[in-house]
Design a binder for this molecule. Structure first.
Ligand SMILES: *Cc1c(COP(=O)(O)O)cnc(C)c1O
Length: 435
């Protein structure tokens, strides 16, 4: 597998380089030079395969010889060790639950796969790989549990004090081993700025082998294609062939992976993006003008993104042509009031407790359905377990949340986090003094 930069199509790097660099120096995004299509027979018979078998076929088709199939099989089986079931709410609407991994959010797919790929490419004798990650809540938990115990790696998570939920904080701060948490006296933007500055610090980059675990990494994108194929397999085994996926979107990595799956031959009728009031992409699709804005805080805070970093990749997949993009993606935007109403509707109509992000996808799926009366299975993606977002959910509904097995164990573990002021000098000193 070779990758180019969306800013320079003549550039070619190996999969390994793209994984460790995350971003090309020209600040484009890495894209596969060729997007291979899957054997049509595989798609035709996909209902015969397990999630792990599907994941291996998809991953090895994309990655090719860069990781021999036997090794890739181990990575896939170790990383994707939890299910992603489609549950039908009524005859034509289903929810693809992506929160059955260790951090109870879909980011487990990306983080677990990426951590193992980084571990695989790290050779004996290499310097310890230092992964720095800023999180507003979900990314940090997935990266922490993804890298926990992965040899040759160490993770430093920066999170904003008092601005993550209880379960999220427990997932960030109870790991120990090769995972460290810094509780920053500031906002998520402050955390992100500190991490960015570290990556640009030449002195630090000589002392430490730094890498990022952010959502634009190609090794996070690839495993997110797996569950689109797996959802399709589950639908096919129930005799359903036509599907529209609705994805709650922030940085547009999740839906980007769905579109990559589509390009690889997954027969999807259409994709729908649901956003909160951070509506840069819906405005772009309507007007053709890409006009990012500073992010606004919402109940669906993992989608509070003003300038979605994966969007360029999606444009690239469709030749930067607005008409092609509008032919495959529709989008809808909802404010917090609508989001709360949707959580109530899901609860009262279907006895289903959803997190705010999932509720936005539900609304967008419904809106698209109302405009397109043809028959198809409408599948919306549930990106997180509701227990991670107590603040956004009305108390009478939240009471009905069943915590996943393991959540209680977390609560009993001691919190391991060091306080950090919003000071780059302090952050740098921490990294250098704790090598
Ligand atoms: C990260 C996240 C999203 C947004 O996904 P993108 O790939 O950034 O579009 C949606 N929901 C939850 C719960 C998340 O953690």
């Amino acid at each position: 597998m070779k990758l180019y930069s969306t800013n320079n199509k003549d550039l070619r790097v190996s999969f390994q380089d793209a994984v460790f660099n995350s971003l090309p120096q020209d600040k484009g995004l890495y894209m596969p030079e060729v997007i291979p299509t899957l054997d049509p027979l595989f798609i035709k018979n996909i209902q015969q395969y397990s999630l792990q078998e599907i994941a291996l076929t998809v991953a090895s088709t994309l990655i090719g010889d860069d990781i021999p199939k036997e090794d890739l099989k181990k990575i896939v089986e170790d990383a994707i060790n939890f299910d992603a079931p489609v549950k039908f709410l009524d005859a034509e609407t289903g929810v693809l639950e992506l929160f059955h991994g260790p951090s109870y959010a879909f980011k487990d797919f990306g983080a677990r796969f990426m951590s193992r790929v980084m571990g695989y490419f790290s050779k004996d004798g290499d310097k310890l790989l230092d992964v720095l990650v800023a999180t507003s809540g979900d990314t940090g938990g997935a990266v922490a549990s993804g890298f926990l115990g992965v040899e040759g790696t160490r993770v430093t998570i920066l999170y904003p004090k008092g601005k993550v939920s209880k379960v999220q904080e427990e997932q960030l701060t109870t790991n120990g081993q090769n995972i460290r948490a810094l509780e920053v006296e500031g906002t998520f933007d402050d955390c992100q700025a500190l991490v960015k500055q570290a990556f640009n610090d030449d002195e630090l980059n000589i002392e430490l082998r730094l890498t990022s675990a952010n959502s634009i990494n190609i090794a996070r994108l690839i495993p997110q294609t797996f569950y689109y194929f797996w959802a399709y397999a589950q639908l096919k085994s129930q005799g359903v062939n036509e599907v529209v996926f609705t994805v709650p979107s922030g940085n547009f990595g999740n839906i980007g992976a769905g579109l990559l799956a589509y390009k690889m031959g997954l027969p999807v009728k259409h994709f729908v993006a649901g956003t909160n009031v951070n509506d840069t992409v819906p405005r772009f699709l309507a007007s053709g003008l890409y006009n990012p804005k500073p992010s606004v805080q919402t109940l669906a805070n993992a989608m509070d993104v003003g300038n979605p970093s994966n969007w360029v990749r999606i444009q690239d997949l469709f030749d930067n042509e607005l008409e092609k993009l509008n032919g495959i993606i529709s989008s809808y935007t909802y404010d917090d009031t609508k989001t709360q109403e949707a959580m109530r509707e899901l609860f009262e109509k279907y006895n289903y407790v959803a997190c705010p992000h999932t509720a936005i996808a539900y609304l967008a799926a419904k809106a698209y359905k109302a405009e397109h009366a043809v028959e198809y299975a409408s599948i919306f993606l549930s990106t997180a377990h509701p227990c991670k977002f107590p603040e956004g959910i009305d108390a009478d509904i939240f009471e009905k949340v069943t915590y996943p097995a393991g959540a209680e164990d977390l609560a009993g573990k001691p919190k391991l986090a060091e306080p950090l002021a919003v000071s780059y000098d302090d952050f740098k000193a921490y990294l250098l003094n704790n090598k």
